[in-house]
Design a protein around this ligand. Structure first.
Ligand code: SF4
Ligand code: SF4
Length: 289
């Protein structure tokens, strides 16, 4: 089973929930940080002996001596990464998505395979034996989906090999990276807070993700700080409210120390064990969208 923990905006407690769920998950589990622009799941799970591999994207490199300036590659590229300007063919590797189409169609074989560094993929193991997989985007790299694709390939291999369930800490928001992160999920958990901003972003996330036809459930973090509009929204849309995490000083202190919430006390452990059971049941339920 693959569980994606998402939120309409950052700072709702998505990573807190991901780490806590992974820590109490009964079946062997793989924890994946897909928030490659700002990964922080490792701050809570603290994997050791981390192996770091650099990830690259295949991009075209022009051999000017062979190019006949026919313009076919520029016409093909959907991402405007190649442009024919008079007698000059310009390539913008930072805009390339690595589809390889230009290199395949060039009749003169003037486009060779080059590389653009995307970032790194890290693998490690927590003290409790939970494998962790993290994507970390290179500073200056503008696009996260290609690196997320590399993380996804590794995730599928690790999940399949060891028959593990997978918990993904998805990027916040509802743009392309977030959609990429939740696309394979069996269940999407939406973490929010009971405030007007929380409701606004929950609504956006629900609207964006429901097109995927996956079961979704809601976790309210910092319960008690705001109003009950999130609960009302969940009821109206038939979104199951799976857990509420109270707004408490000891929780905030535990979080600030990098502690895993399910390990704070017996009550928190029970909260997340109950959440895990509800998530598993939801995976078998029809879509609530
Ligand atoms: S398709 Fe090949 S020959 Fe034509 S413009 Fe592109 S690189 Fe040059
Ligand atoms: S590999 Fe694909 S995305 Fe990159 S420049 Fe060529 S056609 Fe464009």
């Amino acid at each position: 089973m693959l569980v994606a923990v998402a939120s309409g905006k950052g700072g709702t407690g998505k990573t807190t929930v991901s780490a806590a769920l992974a820590s109490i998950w009964k079946h062997p589990v793989l924890a994946v940080d897909m928030d490659v622009e700002e990964p922080n799941l490792h701050l809570f799970l603290k994997p050791e002996s981390v192996r770091v591999e650099t990830a690259f994207l295949e991009v075209p490199v022009l051999d000017k001596a062979l190019c006949k300036l026919c313009g076919a590659c520029a016409e093909l590229c959907q991402f405007k990464a190649i442009s024919l300007m008079g007698a000059h063919l310009l390539i913008f590797p930072e805009m390339c998505h690595g589809c390889g189409g230009c290199m395949r169609i060039c009749p003169e074989h003037a486009l060779q395979k080059g590389q653009r560094e995307l970032g790194v993929v890290e693998t490690g193991l927590t003290a409790d034996g939970i494998p962790c997989l993290t994507g970390r985007l290179r500073i200056g790299e503008a696009m996260s989906p290609p690196l997320m694709g590399k993380v996804r390939q590794r995730m599928q291999a690790m999940g399949d090999q060891e028959l593990r369930d997978i918990i993904i800490d998805a990027p916040p928001g509802v743009s392309c990276p977030a959609m990429t992160a939740v696309q394979d999920a069996d269940v999407i958990l939406l973490v929010t807070e009971p405030t007007p901003f929380g409701l606004h972003d929950l609504r956006l996330a629900w609207q964006a993700f429901r097109s995927l036809g996956k079961p979704m459930g809601v976790v309210i973090n910092r319960a008690g700080v705001g109003d009950d509009q999130v609960q009302a929204f969940c009821q109206e849309k038939g979104l199951p409210l799976l857990a509420e995490i109270a707004f408490r000083r000891d929780i905030a202190e535990h979080y600030a120390r990098g502690g895993i919430l399910a390990q704070l006390d017996a009550g928190m452990k029970a909260t997340f064990e109950h959440l895990a059971e509800r998530v598993k049941r939801l995976a078998g339920e029809p879509c609530h969208a």
